[in-house]
Design a protein around this ligand. Structure first.
Ligand code: SF4
Length: 400
């Protein structure tokens, strides 16, 4: 029988992470969760009708208005995540009430060959190296068929930066997935990959987006953002798009009608200032285009990478809560269960997150960053949300 499994393997900074929740943190958080639940009941009782998924006038609904850079930095530097967490929780409830989202989805990584050679990466292979592969459109069709038969409603497609693949390869790949099941929501290709398609085909980026829409891409993932601060970016992923190029590509995608996510890779050599700057640059672009669906923080897991990792469960809480508070124009903060693990995901739902991501089924792929292999069913995802005290709502990356 076809086996679906989580291999913790995605490319382009969506690196796997199973962060342990330390027992002392859990004890401390249990008390916090009890207080948070009480607050949630009070919110529901005193104004359930004000809970709305709509983003209109959301900033106005925040009691204290917009957070500025200086306050954000102070929040992040505070030793305790509690006051920030409370504010993030309030924001999350104002937007989503008691709902928490998940998706039943699968990932197809079309190739692990990558020329970018990011020092943060434990995933990529050089062309011809052991374990290097490139899937065909026929492979895409077969995999999509199996995932669809198993209940997946969405497929994520990403890979490396490999300039020998022509534009038609990517288009055929998506066509094959849609041929397998036209109902599949396709979230495909980071803007780094889209920029590569533009380079190899000689077509402008806007035309690439139009072609992707034409073959059935429903949204772009938000990978490749890493951290925008250039001196850090140059150390962790020197050959990728610059921050400015990434933001401009996102602006162009939004203008062509493609909605996207936005990520931030943290837990490496970033500084508090660079985290704050990253969030504010996203907020500014979102003010302009409104094209981001969700912010997706990604904790760096070192694996075999030469870049040192840092972090703790408390740092995760602060990052997620700060994102929820600063990104007041983003509807969703997604904390992929594949990266945070189920227990920390439950805690993060109380610190501003509203979406635990998807089941993220993959076919057998070796796990070179050392992530755990865990099967995830829809029942498991619902159980994680319910056990955290929230109401599970199934959606997809477009929240439909
Ligand atoms: S080397 Fe960089 S661009 Fe290539 S797969 Fe790894 S993280 Fe993505």
């Amino acid at each position: 029988m076809f086996s679906l499994s989580f291999a913790g393997r995605v490319a382009c900074a969506e690196l796997p992470c199973q962060v342990p929740v330390f027992p002392n943190v859990l004890l401390f958080l249990n008390r916090l969760l009890a207080a948070a639940k009480l607050k949630q009941r009070q919110l529901t009782n005193s104004g359930g009708a004000s809970f709305s998924l709509g983003m209109e006038n959301f900033s106005e609904r925040l009691a204290d208005g917009r957070v500025d850079r200086r306050s954000a930095l102070e929040f992040l530097k505070e030793p305790s995540p509690i006051s920030l967490g409370e504010r993030a929780y309030k924001t999350r409830c104002a937007l989503h009430g008691n709902k928490a989202y998940y998706a039943v989805n699968a990932a197809i990584t079309y190739s692990n060959v990558c020329e970018a050679l990011c020092p943060i990466c434990s995933f990529s292979r050089r062309e011809g190296a052991d374990g290097a592969y490139v899937l065909s459109a026929e492979d895409a069709y077969e995999r999509a068929k199996k995932f669809s038969a198993a209940g997946a409603e969405e497929v994520h497609i990403i890979g490396g930066i490999y300039s020998k693949l022509p534009l038609e390869y990517y288009l055929d790949f998506v066509r094959a997935v849609k041929r397998a099941d036209s109902r599949l929501n396709v979230v495909a290709f980071t803007v780094s990959e889209c920029a590569l398609m533009s380079r190899v085909s000689g077509k402008p980026l806007e035309q690439i987006f139009d072609l992707l829409l034409e073959v059935g891409v429903n949204a772009l993932p938000g990978g490749g953002a890493e951290i925008f601060e250039e001196s850090i970016r140059r150390q962790i992923s020197p050959n990728k798009l610059t921050a400015q190029e990434w933001l401009e590509a996102m602006r162009a995608a939004h203008k062509r009608g493609l909605r996207t996510n936005a990520t931030m890779l943290y837990g490496h050599i970033e500084t508090p200032e660079s985290v704050v700057e990253h969030l504010f640059r996203l907020r500014e672009l979102q003010d302009e285009t409104g094209g981001f669906k969700a912010f997706v923080p990604l904790p760096f897991r070192r694996g075999k990478s030469a870049v040192p990792s840092k972090g703790s469960g408390v740092y995760d809480l602060k990052i997620v809560a700060l994102a929820r508070v600063v990104l007041d124009n983003f509807a969703h903060v997604r904390i992929p269960i594949t990266h945070f693990g189920d227990r920390l995901a439950q805690v993060l739902l109380n610190f501003g997150a509203d979406d635990i991501g998807g089941t993220h089924w993959v076919e057998e792929v070796a796990s070179s960053a050392g992530a755990e292999r865990i099967d995830r069913t829809e029942a498991f995802m619902r159980g994680v949300i319910q056990d955290a005290g929230f109401e599970p709502v199934k959606g997809n990356s477009n929240y439909v």
